[in-house]
Design a protein around this ligand. Structure first.
Ligand code: BDR
Ligand code: CA
Length: 316
C-alpha cells in the first residue's frame, strides 16, 4: 500500500488520476493539494472537493495550493482543453468562491510528519505549490520518501510552446528548483505521457461498466478532452493521460516505464525557451548517481498501461 499525497491542478487528466487513485486498492490517498494551473486555484479546489464528495471520500483533506507562479505573473488557463470549469462539460454544483479563503497549508506538514518516511508525493500540476512547501519547511519535506513529477519534454517538442511542456512552462522557476533540489525525484515527461492514451474504445468499455457516480463521470469528461485533442493534434488515437502516467509510475509496476538518470535543469530566464527541460542525452552520456540525479522516464509499455488502466477504472 502506497501513501500518496497528490499535488494537482484538477483539470481533466488530473481528475482521471484522482478517480484512479480512489479506485486503486494499493493506494492510500492521504491528501490532495489543489493549485492553479489548467484553471484557477479556487476551481481546482472546488473540483477536487466535488470528486471526493462523489466518491464519498470527504475524509481526504484538500489543501489550498498556489494561485500564481513564483515570479508573481498572471497564470494562463486552458478552458479549450479542460473546459471553463476544468471538468469538460461538467459544472460541479458548488460555487468555487466558497473556497477563496482556504489557508490550510500547515495541514500538509502535519500529514507528512505523521506518515514520516513513508510518503510519496505525485505532482501533476504546476510546480509552484511543491516548491513553496520546500521553501516553507525543508525539514518537513525531507521526510518525504520520494517524489514523482509529470512535466518536461526531453529532446521532443513541447505542448505549451515548441520546446516546453505546460507544467514546466507555467512556472519554470519552480520547475527548475524542484528538478535541482528535491531528492529521490522521478520525472515522467511528455516523451512518455503523450503515448499514455485512453482510446475511445477503452472509454466506451469503461462507460458500459460504470456503476458509481465517479465512474459515470469518466466518459463525458474524456469525450470533451478527446474532441479538444482532435483540434490540437488531428488524428490522435485517444486522450493522453499525462497525469495518470505519473501516478502509475509511483506504483512501480514492473516494466511499465524505462528510465534513464540525468541531472536536470529547466530554462527559467523567460524568453523563447522558457520551461525547456534540459538533460545531457548526448552520445556517450550515461546515468548519473547521487542526490540530485533525476530518474527520467524515456519509454512506456503501452499494453501494460492500457490493461492496468482498464482493470482499475472498471473495478467496483
Ligand atoms: C500537463 O499540463 C496540464 O494541462 C495537464 O493536466 C498535465 O498535467 C500536460 O502537459
Ligand atoms: Ca495536471
Amino acid at each position: 500500500m502506497k501513501n500518496i499525497i497528490l499535488f494537482a491542478d484538477t483539470g481533466i487528466d488530473d481528475a482521471i488520476t484522482i478517480i484512479y487513485a480512489l479506485q486503486n486498492p494499493n493506494i492510500n490517498l492521504l491528501a490532495i493539494v489543489a493549485g492553479y494551473g489548467n484553471i484557477d486555484r479556487n476551481k481546482t479546489y472546488r473540483n477536487t472537493k466535488y470528486l471526493l464528495e462523489l466518491a464519498d471520500r470527504e475524509d481526504i483533506p484538500v489543501i489550498a495550493g498556489a494561485t500564481r507562479p513564483l515570479d508573481g505573473s498572471d497564470p494562463t488557463f486552458f478552458p479549450d482543453i479542460h473546459g471553463v470549469e476544468g471538468l469538460g462539460p461538467i459544472k460541479p454544483p458548488i460555487p468555487e468562491e466558497r473556497f477563496a479563503d482556504q489557508t490550510n497549508f500547515s495541514r500538509l506538514f502535519q500529514i507528512i510528519k505523521e506518515f514520516s518516511e513513508d510518503i510519496t508525493i505525485v505532482n501533476t500540476g504546476r510546480l509552484t505549490s511543491l516548491a513553496m512547501a520546500w521553501y516553507l519547511s525543508p525539514s518537513t519535506m525531507e521526510k518525504v520518501k520520494e517524489t514523482y513529477v509529470m512535466g518536461g519534454a526531453f529532446l521532443v517538442p513541447g505542448n505549451a510552446t515548441e520546446v516546453a511542456e505546460a507544467n514546466f512552462n507555467a512556472d519554470s522557476l519552480a520547475a527548475n528548483f524542484v528538478s535541482q533540489n528535491v531528492p529521490d525525484l522521478t520525472i515522467i515527461p511528455l516523451n512518455v505521457t503523450r503515448e499514455a492514451l485512453i482510446t475511445p474504445f477503452m472509454a466506451e468499455l469503461i462507460n458500459e461498466q460504470a456503476d458509481t457516480p465517479l465512474q459515470e463521470l469518466i466518459f463525458p469528461i474524456l469525450e470533451f478532452y478527446y474532441n479538444a485533442y482532435q483540434q490540437l493534434e488531428p488524428g490522435i488515437q485517444g486522450t493522453p493521460q499525462h497525469d495518470l502516467a505519473a501516478l502509475m509510475a509511483a506504483l512501480q509496476l514492473e516494466g511499465l516505464f524505462h528510465y534513464e538518470r540525468r541531472y536536470v535543469k529547466v530554462q527559467h530566464e523567460m524568453g523563447y525557451a522558457n520551461g525547456l527541460s534540459i538533460a545531457d542525452f548526448s552520445p556517450g552520456s550515461s546515468d548519473c548517481f547521487g542526490t540530485n540525479c533525476v530518474k527520467i522516464a524515456t519509454e512506456i509499455d503501452y499494453d501494460l498501461f492500457a490493461s492496468n488502466v482498464m482493470e482499475i477504472l472498471t473495478s467496483s
